[in-house]
Ligand binder design. Structure first.
Ligand SMILES: NC(=O)c1ccc[n+]([C@@H]2O[C@H](COP(=O)([O-])OP(=O)(O)OC[C@H]3O[C@@H](n4cnc5c(N)ncnc54)[C@H](OP(=O)(O)O)[C@@H]3O)[C@@H](O)[C@H]2O)c1
Length: 268
């Protein structure tokens, strides 16, 4: 199914990997959103060249923003800029995509194993992957609420066309499936921070459903990005095509769910 994402969208971590591909596919879709806000840590730096080029191709569609999700001041300033650009129209979809894994210490040490993980690694990854999406959602909430309450939207509709928050999680967050997946990738900070992101997703979904805002978590698959590595089986194009199809078809039954890029449910 082609992506049907209308209204306005904010994507974090939009300068590379999955985030950049989300912005690319949305901007080139036959029925693109009204506007795409592409947040990244350094929109003027060398790491955002591809995003700047995309934004230059679609100047009416894409606005790049400085947004470091571990830096409250940049999140507040990005929210202020988005709010003033929206002119009361509200934000329909927030994709909390930005995230980190712990860097490998060497080629032989598995990333995030117990021996090489301490307070610093746990804290850094938790701040980015869990606290970051919470603060970003909180700062943009007034605009999501605005979109959800606009006249013409049915009060019972839950969808990305009304108002939704999609937290990009991972299969490695699944507590139930940890026994079968742990040895291939110990990744203590990453797994723990994303399992906490799932709980954040459930809390927000309960909290915001009376506002008409749908909150869910989405696993993009194992994808060829800097994080996923070149051996990953999925291209960013295929993963994001699947993710956008899932996002397009979200409804009330998906409130508080954890799905993969093909729409399959993942056990908590
Ligand atoms: N690739 C996979 O196989 C896979 C599998 C499951 C889940 N995921 C999830 O998918 C999401 C995207 O991953 P990816 O594979 O595209 O990773 P990636 O290629 O490493 O890109 C990560 C993105 O997050 C941004 N980012 C990191 N810390 C940030 C911060 N503090 N504030 C704002 N942006 C920040 C990076 O920006 P900079 O360029 O500034 O560093 C970059 O744009 C992540 O949440 C990841 O956990 C990926």
């Amino acid at each position: 199914m082609a992506a049907k994402v209308s209204g306005s969208v904010l994507v974090t971590g939009a300068n590379r990997g999955i985030g950049l591909e989300v912005v690319r596919q949305l901007s080139e879709s036959p029925c693109p959103p009204t506007h795409i806000f592409a947040g990244c840590r350094d929109p003027h730096g060398p790491g955002a060249k591809a995003l700047r080029e995309l934004a230059q191709k679609h100047p009416q569609k894409i606005t790049t923003l400085r947004l470091d999700q571990t830096d409250q001041a940049t999140i507040s300033e990005a929210a202020r800029q988005v709010g003033s650009a929206l002119k009361g129209a509200g934000l329909n979809l927030l994709i909390n995509n930005a995230g980190i894994n712990q860097a490998a210490n060497s080629n032989t040490v598995p990333v995030g194993n117990l021996a090489h993980t301490g307070e610093k690694e746990m804290t850094e990854v938790f701040l980015t992957n869990t606290v970051g999406p919470m603060i970003v959602t909180k700062e943009f909430l007034p605009y999501l609420r605005q979109a959800a309450s606009l006249p013409g939207v049915s009060p019972s509709e839950m969808s990305c066309r009304r108002a939704a928050v999609v937290n990009v999680s991972t299969l490695f967050s699944s507590i139930q499936r940890c026994h079968e997946l742990f040895l291939q990738a110990p990744m203590y900070p990453y797994r723990v921070s994303k399992a906490a992101l799932n709980m954040l997703t459930r809390c927000l979904s309960e909290d915001l459903k009376s506002d008409g805002i749908l909150v869910m978590a989405l696993h993009p698959g194992w994808v060829q990005t800097d994080m996923g590595g070149p051996q990953a089986p999925l291209s960013t194009e295929d993963s994001v095509r699947g993710m956008l199809s899932v996002i397009s078809s979200l409804s009330e039954q998906h409130v508080g769910s954890l799905l993969d890029w093909e729409g399959r449910s993942i056990p908590w």
